[in-house]
Design a protein around this ligand. Sequence first.
Ligand code: TRP
Length: 331
Amino acid sequence: METVVSGIRSTGNLHLGNYYGALQNFIKMQHEYNCFFFIADLHSLTTHPTPANLHGNVKQVLIEYLAAGIDPEKATIYVQSDVPEVTELYLYLNMNAYMGELERATSFKDKVRANPENVNAGLLTYPVLMAADIIIHKATKVPVGKDQEQHLEMARTFGNRFNRLYNNDYFPEPYAFSFGESLVKIPGLDGKGKMGKSEGEGNAIFLGDTPEAIRKKVMRAVTDSGPTVENQQKPQEIQNLFDLMKVVSTPDTLAHFDELYNKMAIRYGDLKKELAEDMVLATAPIRDRINAIAADTDYLRKVAEMGADKARESASKTIREVREIIGFRKF
Ligand code: TRP
């Protein structure tokens, strides 16, 4: 069975875009592959979170992934810092990662530009740590977005370089597993692009939002002054609302409002009310589970410990073999 690895940054608070865009695919994959999903808390240290923030964020991500349907009995879900073997492999890979290639990485250049006062070595070697995350389980499939394509290429480079240095084919090549066209794009509520948490207050609906918060955000979504001819093409802010409706509402509801729009008889207030209620309904089971799981620290600890055990079993096997390949003390 092929192995899948994906890292989730510990930023907490998943939104509908994360859920329909990525998570639903993770949930499907857990039935078909040997899946490792981990919370990338070591990576988050590049921005120096306070201990309280780090702790809270990691816990929140774990809660939300479980609530969304990642099954700890099917997939191995773990916290990166619970698996020190990863940092050991990171050290070995660092010996064959070159300054030039690390400095050329787009994500590094972006971060240098955004935070010139915090260009630390961890930031430079972020792709090396990510490579270690992936190849420590000998994964071949990595479900990530387009923005991670270059990091995946670097992971292949580092794995191949190790193989060449030691004359073997120990590490297989990992490839981005993109869900291609089937991936649903979830627009935000600001009338512009996709849903995201950095696009400003009110643009994203979080899985943990209360029904009240959802209604408030949806009612404030950007619209226009209405269609001016029958059957006209919808401007983006209106198409966005219909796209959201396609995801959370029934086909009948969607067709109903589409018809009203085409006949120029639509009232956006009605559409938003329906959309908000359907979002409340669609997220209700997850919201309930978030609340239940958050209250159950024993369960969370059990999941984290079980995940750490399974991940360490896989990772320590690799580290044992890698140490042997490198030539550390055998006597
Ligand atoms: N870099 C990824 C991101 O920003 C997170 C990540 C860390 C990751 N390690 C990984 C993703 C390993 C896939 C595999 O989203």
